[in-house]
Design a protein around this ligand. Structure first.
Ligand SMILES: [Zn+2]
Length: 905
């Protein structure tokens, strides 16, 4: 036991975060001269970097980021990430639209340095020093450089005609910290980590550009007077011409503006000749004066006229909540941006098109807030995105609660206060909560504390931003607002202008609060385990009420008990530290009516239905049963049966009218049912379908398994000589397994039909899995309907069948500017079996397709096909080209019971 004890102690010592006095960080100071060429869209520049090695190590090389090269080829990490996210813009870009950095010639203390590109990433360089840089020494590294500015259609560095967004644009050393080098390629998803230092940047550009940049203008009296005069004019404008977005001609004369800023880790600038300007100065509580600036074009100018108010509210709110803003200006500029709604840089944020005054306000305040959570606290955003985006979203929620507590989400997002689906009752916190509950109900959620590269697109928003903000609120509720505020501010003061890691954050909070916060960091941040407490029983013993609580989850998070009287007034409020198993808690004497635990969104209780106990009810733990139209946002103490009228049509039953009752909602349930009877007026029969499913969830391998039984009954007609209508009834078991977001359908029986290279028509749909307008396909246009399956070829053909395996590649490429027309090409290979029933065969087809309503309806026109298809066509004497035209109507995309499976996770 003793040895174990010693080992535990030594592990704690080894992993304890660095004590503040052991902390070190590198310093990187920059002098940059840059000139904008606004006809070629290039930057000509030279840079001088003074690199101070404060680490205890000798450095023989320095990693540099050359991030404009992210836009250079189709193989950069940025381009590959965009492709993975389904965005082909950079991949398909013309040479003119791409960007790069060139003319690099590194010198160290005036002597040429050897350098090479990182073998994997052309936007990272390894620069070898002529002699090792000792701990405490400095080196001056210089290089000229030229940037070809890419189109703003791809990411953050770019230009849209003569509007310039100059970000991540200069050669910049990667961070070297206690964990080593942090060189990283530029990405859209997954942000930054940079060294602090001083920037002196001289920017030369035509005189009539309005320029917003990091830092204070040096000797900028004349320029400031000019900007002030534009601001005075802007304030007098009563209406703006949205359509007037023309660029005035550039002045022949140029100007050079010089900016200086200490204690920041990046420098960005934005230039546009069309900007209106608003400027005003505010004084913070500590007496520090801050210049606020907004720069925007005629586009959305009417809502931007309020932007100084948003800048002021945000700057004051964050100064109060976190710590005073130390820099001299806070600026928001409007500009083209193709990664997110807004983007933060020190002192200055760029905001894209908002569409709405609330969205504009929220975007400006969120990006201004990043001055604290990114700028002043220099987190490693690439590795720990929860620290900047999550903590910033938490403060954003506090801001929205302060300024817009009465603003319903329906008004925020839909422009009107509607009571449909309870949208008028919910706030921002509820949106965070429900997004997490929905993803968690499918077991597709991810922990908040992962590396940015580990997230699915949906989870990057839901887990990193939304879940972290709730976890932070949980911590705030637990510690109490005042205590939380004291610690949060203390953390900021100790770590500002530094690189705090997650361990530093938790260690500071644990030390100051004296509490064990492993539930916070190990449980809620670093795992996807759930908080799930339930009230087992409530008993009265003498004067006191004993509440027995059971922890059904794996996280020992603190529990909040709120016991209220029959008027809903709270009698006892109490925190109980987290525990495993069961615990009895004695409440003082009182007339309790309803006892609730962890009730509130921030607790994220996985099963809120068992968190209440109504003492004087016959079934104190029961939920109220409600009938609702379609669906509603659920309440913890209510249970729902949903209904909706349904209209159906097919060629034999004609119009069918009926209704559906079901319990599906956005959140998946363990048991789900649906019943949809439909009356056919032509056949005078009852048709329809039903389903019953049990959903199971697992931690490893299969994420979720759905076992159920489904049934369908419809009439149809087949050409069997007597012309009689037949009816079919299909009842089948159904097992569906989901692996890490991918769908694997186990099929509904042991029957194994051959694989088809061509997509199937209604006749081949032996399993009656799809909805066909004319199942027997006896002729007419509706007989050309098909369902893309297996090989995904569009030509109707019997060739290309296999009981073994087929391989197929289905390509479709967009035609620029036309969304509904695409070119397609399909390649396939079938493998025969040993009985020679099916051949080994290669085949291909290509053509044009029209696509509508998010791929729900598509028409295919084959233009080219391989000879083996032609051979089959030649066998048919009555063959016409139009036989090859087929269409898909993906009714399943419209099926109310299948829509939720189309989540792009
Ligand atoms: Zn953000």
């Amino acid at each position: 036991m003793k040895t174990l004890y010693i080992i535990i102690i030594s592990i704690i010592v080894t992993y304890s975060p660095l004590a503040a006095q052991d902390y070190w960080q590198q310093e990187v100071d920059y002098k940059i001269n840059v000139a904008l060429n606004d006809s070629l869209h290039t930057l000509d520049a030279d840079i001088e970097i003074v690199y101070t090695n404060n680490s205890p190590d000798e450095l023989s090389f320095i990693y540099f980021h050359l991030w404009p090269n992210a836009y250079k080829t189709e193989t950069t990490a940025l381009c590959e990430q965009m492709l993975m996210q389904g965005n082909t813009d950079l991949y398909m870009a013309t040479e003119e639209e791409r960007g790069n950095i060139s003319e690099i010639d590194f010198k160290g203390d005036n002597k040429t340095l050897k350098w090479e590109f990182d073998p994997e990433n052309i936007d990272i360089a390894k620069v070898f020093l002529n002699k090792p840089l000792k701990s405490g020494d400095k080196i001056t590294i210089t290089t000229p450089f030229k940037v070809k500015i890419p189109s703003s259609d791809f990411s953050r560095l770019g230009h849209s005609k003569q509007s310039y967004q100059i970000t991540q644009w200069y050669p910049k050393p990667a961070v070297y910290d206690a964990k080593g080098w942090h060189q990283m390629p530029y990405l859209n998803t997954g942000e930054f980590y940079s060294e602090y230092g001083t920037y002196d940047v001289a920017i030369t550009l035509p005189k009539n550009y309005i320029l917003g940049a990091t830092g204070d203008m040096v000797n900028g009296e004349k320029e400031n007077q000019w900007l002030d005069s534009i601001s005075e004019q802007t304030k007098l404008i009563e209406s703006f011409d949205d359509d007037d977005l023309d660029f005035p001609a550039s002045s022949k004369e140029t100007k050079t503006l010089v900016f200086h800023q200490e204690k920041v880790h990046d420098f960005a600038w934005f230039a546009d000749k069309r900007y209106h300007v608003l400027r005003e100065e505010i004084e913070l509580e500590n007496g520090h004066k801050v210049l606020m600036q907004a720069m925007f074009t005629n586009q959305e100018a009417d809502i931007w006229m309020q932007s100084l108010k948003y800048l002021e509210q945000a700057t004051r709110f964050y100064s109060d909540f976190v710590g005073n803003y130390p820099y001299n200006h806070v600026t928001a500029v409007q500009g083209a941006l193709s990664a997110g709604a807004g983007m933060e840089y020190p002192n200055i944020t760029i905001i894209g098109i908002s569409g709405d005054k609330y969205i504009l306000e929220e975007t400006i305040m969120h990006e201004v807030g990043h001055n604290w959570f990114y700028g002043l606290l220099g987190f490693n955003e690439r590795e720990h995105p929860w620290m900047d985006e999550g903590i910033n979203s938490f403060v954003q929620n506090m801001y929205m609660a302060k300024y817009h507590s009465d603003l319903a989400i329906s008004e925020l997002y839909f422009g009107s206060n509607t009571d449909i689906m309870r949208l008028n009752e919910i706030d921002e916190m509820y949106i965070n909560y429900i997004s997490n509950r929905v993803i968690a109900s499918y077991n597709l959620d991810q922990a908040c504390g992962l590396h940015s590269a580990k997230y699915t697109e949906a989870n990057y928003g839901v887990s990193v931003y939304q879940k972290t903000s709730m976890v932070m609120d949980y911590l705030q509720l637990y510690l109490g607002k005042e205590e939380f505020s004291r610690i949060f501010k203390g953390f900021y003061e100790q770590w500002k202008y530094k690189h705090p890691q997650p361990d530093d954050f938790v260690a500071y909070f644990e030390k100051e609060s004296g509490k064990d916060l492993s539930w916070f960091i190990d449980g809620l941040i670093n795992s996807k385990d759930r908080v799930d407490y339930k009230i087992s029983s409530v008993d009265t013993q003498g004067d006191s009420t004993i509440v027995t609580i059971k922890n059904k989850g794996k996280i020992y998070a603190p529990v909040y008990i709120n016991a209220v009287d029959d008027g809903g007034v709270s009698i006892t409020k109490k925190w109980v530290d987290g525990f495993d198993g069961k615990k009895q808690i004695a409440l003082p004497k009182g007339e309790y009516h309803n006892i609730k635990i962890n009730s509130g969104y921030s607790f994220m209780d996985y099963n809120p239905g068992n968190n209440h106990y109504q003492k004087d009810k016959l079934l104190p733990k029961s939920k109220k049963l409600k009938f609702k139209f379609i669906t509603t946002l659920p309440k913890a103490d209510e249970q729902y049966i949903y209904y909706t009228p349904v209209l159906g049509w097919n060629n034999y039953n004609k119009f069918m009218l009926g209704f559906a009752i079901f319990n599906h909602s956005l959140m998946e349930k363990k048991w789900e049912y649906e019943l949809m009877p439909l009356y056919s007026f032509k056949q005078q029969t009852i048709n329809g379908s039903f389903g019953l499913h049990r959903n199971l969830y697992f931690h490893k391998g299969v994420q979720r398994l759905s076992i159920g039984v489904v049934g369908k009954k419809y009439e149809y007609n087949t050409y069997n000589g007597d012309g009689k209508d037949l009816s079919y009834l299909k009842i089948s078991p159904e097992i569906t397994a989901y692996f890490a977001g991918k769908l694997f359908d186990g099929g509904s029986s042991g029957f194994s039909p051959p694989f088809y290279m061509s997509s199937i028509g209604g006749k081949q749909d032996y399993m009656y899995d799809y909805t066909y307008l004319d199942r027997s396909q006896q002729g007419g246009a509706i007989a050309h309907q098909m369902t893309p399956t297996d090989g995904g070829f569009y030509l109707p053909s019997a060739i290309g069948r296999s009981r073994n395996m087929i391989l197929a590649a289905n390509l479709r490429t967009p035609i620029p500017f036309i969304n509904v027309v695409k070119l397609y090409g399909n390649l396939g290979y079938t493998f025969g079996n040993k009985y020679g029933r099916y051949d080994n065969k290669a085949m291909a087809e290509a053509g044009v397709l029209l696509t509508f309503f998010n791929r729900t309806f598509e028409v295919y026109f084959p233009l080219l096909w391989t000879q083996n298809f032609q051979d089959v066509m030649d066998l048919r004497p009555d063959y016409k080209y139009s036989d090859n035209i087929r269409f898909t109507l993906r009714m399943d995309l419209m099926d109310p019971f299948k829509y939720k499976k189309e989540f792009n996770l």
